[in-house]
Design a protein around this ligand. Structure first.
Ligand SMILES: NC(=O)c1ccc[n+]([C@@H]2O[C@H](COP(=O)([O-])OP(=O)(O)OC[C@H]3O[C@@H](n4cnc5c(N)ncnc54)[C@H](OP(=O)(O)O)[C@@H]3O)[C@@H](O)[C@H]2O)c1
Length: 214
């Protein structure tokens, strides 16, 4: 059931990882890289973004959690009473797949939505737009069976992370029908060197795209 409904969308993970495939520390991003944040914004604007409850709450630490503007925000939680403003809540994978399969019924969280095709619903050519899996560690792993492409910013440093993306160079994954898949590096940008605003040190990173092969 889940498998037949997922054909209407393409699921892509988007993450920044360090040399250990680390993505987070103490519930937050370990770094602050303006160029990578801009890439994330440009890539996901106007689309559906899916994230776990902990990542959603980490977006605005110390304040009421608020959705990423201009995107349809879906937050995964098992908490039946969780209902923050401006987001759609999914309480299981089946719930999520049902939502993104019929995402034309969802609306972006703020008026700045782009004019592109509404994510999750086929565009005029019948091609489904992208659904972006935005973390954190539990949610990336949970949705790997459905994830065809991973947009990975590879930061060339180690940050002592305590939350990790799956190691795409080493792990074998299982698709929704039990098929085995690996990811291969399909493209890699030139190196970008930027000051990390969290640590104050210069770091180098590359934008990489990994694709599933069966
Ligand atoms: N570097 C990056 O690109 C990046 C991106 C995003 C996040 N991060 C980092 O990742 C870390 C957070 O990751 P995390 O693994 O702790 O948390 P998470 O994946 O953001 O959220 C986990 C939560 O998702 C819900 N959940 C999990 N499985 C579910 C299921 N099957 N059905 C329904 N809900 C489900 C649960 O919420 P309830 O407890 O409410 O039930 C669970 O506590 C932070 O450090 C964050 O900064 C990094």
């Amino acid at each position: 059931m889940v498998e037949s409904r997922m054909k209407a969308f393409r699921m892509r993970a988007i993450a920044a990882v360090d040399n250990d495939w680390g993505i987070g520390r103490d519930g937050l991003l370990p770094w602050r890289l303006p160029g990578d944040l801009a890439f994330f914004k440009k890539q996901t604007m106007g689309s559906v973004v899916v994230m776990g409850r902990r990542t959603f709450e980490s977006l605005s630490p110390g304040a009421s959690p608020s959705p990423l503007p201009g995107r349809t925000n879906i937050v995964l939680t098992r908490d039946a009473g969780y209902a923050p403003d401006g987001v759609t809540v999914a309480r299981s994978i089946g719930d999520l797949i049902g939502l993104v399969g019929g995402a034309g019924r969802l609306s972006p969280s703020a008026s700045s939505a782009s004019s592109g095709p509404r994510a999750g619903s086929p565009d005029a050519c019948g091609v489904a737009a992208d659904v972006y899996v935005c973390g954190g560690a539990e949610i990336y792993r949970l949705l790997m069976p459905y994830t065809e492409t991973c947009l990975i910013t590879r930061v060339d440093a180690s940050f002592g992370a305590d939350a990790f993306f799956p190691d795409l160079n080493a792990e074998v994954f299982t698709g929704p029908s039990g098929e085995k898949k690996r990811y291969v590096l399909a493209s890699e940008s030139a190196a970008v060197t930027e000051n990390d605003l969290a640590s104050g040190r210069a770091v180098t990173y590359r934008f990489c795209e990994y694709r599933a092969t069966y």
